[in-house]
Design a protein around this ligand. Structure first.
Ligand code: SF4
Ligand code: SF4
Length: 494
């Protein structure tokens, strides 16, 4: 769409794109208690062989790890957590979330759970599972876990998928009004998308089961073409979605955003509130009595041309959606960026994996949101080391976070068995990689104690251009914002 810039003295319509976007200044999730989430990967062994899951993440033949090894790891978690919780912390809690591979197929997992309950009763325990366990094991899991997350994988066979549905229904009945104890991550497989939609619309919703539609290809592994994996299998770890598929996912998150959007940022709230019916959304650009309208299908990018216009007072931008109009004045600066036109999920934006509502400051305005359009926070101050810990038994490695892998550049570097890491080892450097090993974690804990005893609160400067599962973690561009929101969780010291 072309707009005559003579009549639009103040605004220039450079290129029309779809969605209102403003740069994020900070994010935090105002959950009641600060929570450290320990993701404990118990081993790669799995009874599924999903094509989007690399051989480094799973194996149908890898040996299963033993209870004695898990006990040593539990001891490490206890020591690590206690260093954080006694320093600068404000009533932090800890949840351990077991993952793999498939944890529930390892017999020693059924020894580990009662052991942890008895020896570390302060731990809350969650399991992420593909949901293919017997009813007897399901009963044990319900009795020994605080919550269960079932990942629904379309590449399972019909019998497995029916078992998952049966188990979900059974667990839902067992937990009664404690709905939060069960969540389903629906892996939105591009080739089984209709099956995923059917599961959501005709099974999860009617059975009142919490769910999150998860796109395939998050976490920095954007290989959308088939490739031969290290284990010889052909895999494709990133899915490219059609515009209809993108719309389904975006509409889900827009509706969620609308549920939580507050009035602090009415323009954003209004857009998200009405996004499920985008046909009625328009953007009007008015200047000196002339109006140009961009429809929902237009792509819009608007930039401030000149502040020396002769009649700036008469220039406005109206964002209309389903009869609701929000007006941006001449002094506003609005940039509208495109949707994920190529279908790559890293451009779609990001929700919190745990389904948390986030408080976001964008372009000076504060709003609540379930989905953030921005995923690059490089250079932001970030508390990922406070909120997360990731443990990989098979690789003998500990990270702050699995996908972001941010680390302190001045911490001692662990001695890794590089043969266990494949190409990923090339990504490791001073600010990225494992923080220590499970077999020799003492030097790191000593360093951490020293760091705290120096008086400053250890936090990370984001080294990445993509933030995946760490999206809800406290992060801010400016130090003053960061100090202010970090103080909600810790006694922050420079
Ligand atoms: S069920 Fe999970 S761990 Fe197993 S292959 Fe699929 S994605 Fe990987
Ligand atoms: S990628 Fe990691 S360090 Fe960067 S903002 Fe996300 S969680 Fe924080």
């Amino acid at each position: 769409m072309y707009v005559n810039t003579d009549t639009l003295a103040y605004w220039a319509l450079i290129n029309i794109k779809k969605e209102l976007f403003m740069a994020v200044e900070y994010i935090y999730s105002d959950i009641k208690q600060p929570l450290k989430m320990v993701v404990w990967d118990l081993g790669r062994r799995c009874n599924f062989d999903c094509t989007y899951c690399t051989g480094w993440m799973h194996s149908t033949t890898a040996p299963m790890n033993k209870f004695e090894q898990y006990k040593r790891t539990a001891d490490f978690i206890d020591k690590y957590y206690k260093i954080y919780s006694k320093n600068h912390a404000k009533d932090w809690k800890i949840t351990v979330s077991f993952t793999g591979g498939e944890p529930a197929i390892n017999p020693d997992f059924y020894k580990l759970l009662p052991y942890l309950k008895e020896n570390y009763p302060y731990l809350k325990l969650n399991l992420t599972t593909n949901g293919t366990w017997s009813r007897r094991k399901g009963q044990f899991l319900l009795e020994n876990l605080n919550s269960i997350t079932v990942s629904y994988h379309c590449e399972g066979n019909d019998k497995q998928k029916q078992l998952v549905r049966d188990n979900l229904k059974w667990v839902r009945e067992q937990i009664g009004d404690q709905k939060w104890k069960l969540r389903v991550n629906v892996m939105m497989h591009m080739e089984y998308f209709d099956e995923c939609v059917d599961l959501i619309e005709n099974f999860l919703k009617p059975n009142d089961i919490n769910y999150i539609p998860r796109t395939v290809g998050d976490d920095g592994k954007y290989r959308s073409e088939w490739f031969k994996d290290a284990d010889g299998a052909m895999r494709r770890t990133s899915h490219i979605y059609t515009s209809e598929q993108q719309s389904y996912i975006k509409n889900h998150w827009n509706a969620k955003n609308a549920e939580v959007a507050n009035v602090k940022n009415p323009a954003v709230a209004s857009l998200s509130k009405n996004a499920s019916t985008p046909a009625e959304s328009t953007i009007d650009i008015k200047s000196n009595g002339v109006t140009q309208t961009a429809s929902k299908s237009s792509e819009i990018e608007i930039k401030l041309l000149s502040k020396n216009t002769s009649t700036p007072a008469e220039s406005t931008i109206d964002i209309k959606s389903n009869g609701v109009t929000q007006t941006a004045s001449k002094s506003s600066e609005i940039e509208i960026k495109s949707d994920a036109d190529d279908g790559h999920v890293n451009k779609l934006g990001r929700m919190c994996c745990g389904g948390r509502c986030m408080t976001v400051k964008q372009d000076g305005a504060v709003t609540d949101a379930m989905f953030i359009n921005q995923t690059n926070f490089q250079g932001f101050s970030c508390m990922v080391n406070w909120f997360f810990l990731h443990i990989e038994e098979d690789r003998d490695a500990v990270y702050h976070h699995q996908t972001c892998m941010a680390r302190f550049s001045d911490a001692p570097k662990p001695e890794l068995d590089k043969s266990k890491f494949g190409d990923i080892v090339n990504k490791f450097h001073d600010t990225k990689g494992p923080i220590c090993t499970l077999s020799n974690y003492e030097p790191y804990l000593e360093w951490l104690e020293t760091k705290f005893s120096s008086g400053s609160t250890p936090t990370i400067t984001c080294p990445n251009t993509y933030c995946g599962c760490g999206i809800c973690v406290v992060k801010a561009k400016d130090k003053s914002d960061f100090v202010s929101i970090a103080n909600k969780y810790v006694e922050y010291h420079e």
